[in-house]
Design a protein around this ligand. Structure first.
Ligand code: ASP
Length: 454
């Protein structure tokens, strides 16, 4: 049977009862041979993540201050977990060692990576003891290069060697860190245990990378806008990229690359409801991708500025577009879309990318192309409706625009990629929520049925 790598997030491991759920999940399937834990997360809204406390410890230590106030709750957290689980391991020795090294790194002005990594490292020890699995230290097999990037080839080779894929035993590999080029512990960015899970899955050639969390999977749209939004059953990597680019909060971006490149499906699952199938993320040629609803998801963001450049007979002026884009390139500004009309060319830019240099950019465009006028509007929201199921299916845009029209939403901009997988509309910021709700209602209902794609 194909190997499964199961990564568990912080809320899935926040307390002994949560860790028991993880244990049941791992026990229920002998293919779950590799477990990648996060550090204990929040037990409730008011709680503090162990990782946040550890960053605080480092911060205080590096200022030469006592870090007891941050360290004591970390110790307390692990002691309670170990006592409630009844596992035997030398926790005090692990905590003492971590405390000493955190103090030393702080004194020596080293970065916070070691401190931050202890959340996963100690949790990993506890979980390995509970499951009876080996504990494998990621500094033995996850390597960063001089530029601080993952040294991919070396890492995948080492993971395959170290985890001895032939042998049937299980292993726990704590998430979030590996070995830096300087020989010290180095972490990925926040939320980086997802990346470790993906690397392990790729290294051992897993059949699936399970990402266990506290939600059922990816939702079709933001539940703050559509509270009863359904869970997406299956999404392709490409759709996922479009949805996350457009604002959906999904897996850590870097976590997608290792598994995507190897065609390994990711299954997002809920630790608190293990019978729910969750969301499956697959390559476009996976059998599951052949079955699709008309749309897969709706995502959007609010903060865009549109610069509209108008000039009569623009079409006959060779190099007009190039000169406008050159202005942006010279200012190191990237643009998101470039809708054009007869005698108008617009560029859509994220507010944060242009805010400070807007006046300069406008001046530079004026002198580069001598336009008749330039209009600026920083009240634009973009909404992407994404779905592999909409390609070659007439009527999708009609349905979308009709829904927006009926909801009284004025469409300011339209952009459809030629892959026919994405229709992006620009609306006024104040229409954003209404627009998302209208699109959702038009395409998603209890009795929507998926169809076979040709
Ligand atoms: N514990 C780390 C963080 O809080 C990494 C993770 O949970 O994925 O960012």
């Amino acid at each position: 049977m194909p190997i499964k790598v199961a990564k568990f997030g912080g809320t899935s491991l926040a307390s002994a009862p949560q860790i028991r759920k993880m244990q049941d999940i791992v026990r229920a399937d002998p293919d779950r041979r590799f477990v990648v834990p996060s550090a204990p997360g929040k037990r409730s809204g008011q709680d503090t993540k162990v990782t946040d406390l550890l960053y605080l410890c480092h911060d205080l230590a590096s200022k030469g201050l006592s870090f007891d106030d941050a360290w004591d709750p970390v110790c307390e957290r692990y002691r309670t977990i170990v006592a409630e689980l009844g596992v035997s391991l030398g926790l005090d020795a692990l905590l003492d060692e971590a405390e000493a090294v955190i103090a030393d790194h702080g004194n020596r002005g080293l970065p916070a990576d070691y401190a931050a990594s202890r959340g996963e490292a100690i949790n990993g020890r506890i979980i390995a003891a509970l499951l009876g699995f080996d504990y494998v230290d990621p500094t033995e097999m996850i390597f960063f290069n001089e530029r601080g990037r993952l040294d991919e080839d070396r890492t995948y080779r080492a993971v395959a060697d170290r985890l001895g894929v032939g042998d049937a035993g299980g292993a726990v590999v704590p998430g979030f860190f590996g070995l830096g080029a300087d020989g010290n512990v180095k972490t990925f960015g926040r939320g980086g245990s997802d990346v470790t899970g993906a690397i392990v899955a790729r290294g051992v050639g897993a059949g699936v990378y399970e990402n266990w969390t506290d939600v059922h999977g990816l939702l079709i749209t933001d539940p703050r806008i559509v509270p009863d939004a359904f869970t997406i059953e299956a999404v392709t990597y490409r759709e996922l990229r479009e949805l996350s680019y457009s604002g959906a909060r999904v897996l850590h971006e870097e976590a997608v690359f290792p598994v995507r490149a190897a065609g390994i499906p990711v299954n997002i699952r809920n630790t608190n409801d293990p019978d729910h199938p969750g969301t499956l993320i697959v390559a476009g040629d996976h059998p599951r991708a052949k079955l699709s609803y008309q749309i897969t998801g709706i995502a959007g963001r609010k903060d865009f500025t549109i610069i509209q450049v108008e000039k009569a007979m623009m079409n006959s002026e060779i190099g007009f577009g190039k000169r406008v884009l050159e202005v942006l390139a010279n200012q190191n500004i990237s643009f998101e879309h470039m809708p054009s009309g007869i005698d108008t060319l617009s560029v859509v830019i994220e507010d944060t990318a242009i805010e400070e240099s807007l006046d300069e950019v406008v001046e530079a465009i004026r002198s580069a192309v001598k336009p008749d006028r330039i209009d600026i509007d920083n009240n634009l929201a973009l909404i992407a409706t994404v779905g592999r199921g909409m390609a070659k299916l007439p009527g999708t845009s009609a349905k979308l625009f009709a829904a927006l029209g009926e909801a009284g939403v004025n469409i300011r901009m339209i952009d459809q990629g030629s892959s026919e997988m994405n229709i992006i509309v620009g609306t006024d910021v104040q229409d954003f929520e209404k627009a998302v709700q209208a699109i959702y209602r038009a395409f998603v209902s209890e009795d929507s049925q998926p169809r076979e794609l040709g």
